[in-house]
Design a binder for this molecule. Structure first.
Ligand code: SAM
Ligand code: SF4
Ligand code: SF4
Length: 345
């Protein structure tokens, strides 16, 4: 029997709708803005397997969230496709009552046609592929492991061949690194039906040497594109949509820009994040997570029950006040933040 309760809201009246689940902290890329090689080197201690939540544990957490209003699950990481058994998790999560959408964020370098088909068969609905440039020189400078643009384009083609409900392409724009790729990316995806979304470079984590001067803002990106490929704004699809939308005036499709830095959208933020070891984070810029794994693994059945799990989630979300991006410029004390590769984008 369903134990659906009214959607949980936080202190700022924001409902909980999305859960991002990080399935691994490992990745086959070393993007300079996310997992720079000098930190994530051979000595770096990634999480041992036994520390990770099992798929059954993730399924329990997803059920508890679904019972409180979550309808969308995004699998992320690290690179989620390094988990060769990811399809088993997708099957479990897609079958949870109340979950209407299971999506994946990936660098697509491991997305073969066979993999795309098995992901789709398991119940994956939508895929976001990260690609930061159209030329190998820039792209290899970003991923820092020598993966070519064509490898990712092949991954996108494989995903397109199995007809996911949607494929979006995400490009993080960092001034001086890949901002010259904005137009080549726009030209390439114009007319393909795949929505290209530009993401302002964010100060997530502590290792990417973020500086405001590295940010190309939403209006600068829009102006750059508009000068060559005229665009006009489009209404948001729903409250809480993270990307601002534009469409090409010539019918060549749509683009989005995620303006987390220059025009924050904390007021509509309905996302929670679960790390691979079961830490629940209520903001991308949080310092600490709330440990759900300890509860899940408690030997006392009363403490590890579904009711206890729901109660813990309720207790955490109902007092949530996070709005880091809106207060970024006022924050004077620099505190450590969790890394993007640890809790997922
Ligand atoms: N490995 C997968 C991928 O790259 O798609 C999933 C995880 S990755 C952390 C998720 C997204 O976060 C990617 O689109 C990546 O470009 C983005 N990202 C990582 N660091 C970022 C930063 N400092 N600012 C903005 N976006 C960032
Ligand atoms: Fe890996 Fe994604 Fe981070 Fe790049 S952005 S290092 S692909 S987790
Ligand atoms: Fe949500 Fe935190 Fe990002 Fe604001 S800064 S949109 S609260 S994740």
């Amino acid at each position: 029997m369903s134990t659906q309760t009214p959607t949980l809201t936080d202190r700022l009246s924001r409902p909980i709708h999305d859960l991002r689940v990080s399935v691994t902290d490992r990745c086959n890329f070393r993007c300079v803005y996310c997992m720079p090689k000098d930190v994530f080197d051979k000595q770096y201690k990634f999480l041992p397997r036994k520390e990770l939540l099992s798929f059954e544990e993730i399924e329990r957490v997803v059920k508890a969230f679904a019972e409180q209003g979550v309808t969308k699950i995004r699998l992320t990481g690290g690179e989620p496709l390094v988990r060769t058994d990811l399809e088993h998790l997708i099957e479990k999560v897609a079958a949870v009552e109340g979950i209407r959408d299971v999506s994946l964020t990936t660098n697509a370098s491991l997305m073969t046609l066979k993999r795309a088909r098995s992901l789709k068969d398991a119940g994956l609905k939508r895929v976001n592929v990260s690609l930061d440039a159209m030329d190998d020189e820039t792209f290899m400078k970003v991923n820092d492991v020598g993966v070519s643009v064509q490898t990712v384009l092949d991954g996108i083609e494989a995903a397109a061949a199995v007809s996911f409900d949607a494929i979006k392409i995400n490009m993080v724009v960092k001034k001086g690194l890949n901002d010259h790729s904005v137009l080549p990316m726009a030209r390439f995806f114009h007319g393909t039906g795949q929505i290209l979304r530009f993401i302002e470079f964010m100060d997530v984590g502590n290792v990417n040497a973020w500086d405001l001067s590295h940010v190309l803002t939403v209006s600068q990106i829009a102006e750059l594109i508009n000068a060559e490929l005229p665009i006009e704004p489009v209404e948001a699809n729903y409250r809480g949509e993270v990307a601002k939308r534009w469409q090409y005036k010539d019918g060549g499709g749509e683009i989005g820009i995620i303006s987390s830095v220059s025009q924050p959208f904390c007021g509509d933020c309905s996302r929670a994040r679960l790390s691979a070891i079961g830490g629940l984070y209520t903001c991308l810029f949080a310092t600490d997570g709330h440990d759900l794994r300890a509860l899940l693994r408690d030997e006392d059945p009363a403490k590890s029950s579904d009711e206890a799990l729901r109660e813990k989630i309720r207790a955490i979300w109902s007092v949530r006040e996070d709005r880091y991006s809106e207060t970024r410029s006022q924050v004077s004390v620099i505190r450590p933040k969790v890394e993007m590769s640890f809790i997922g984008g």
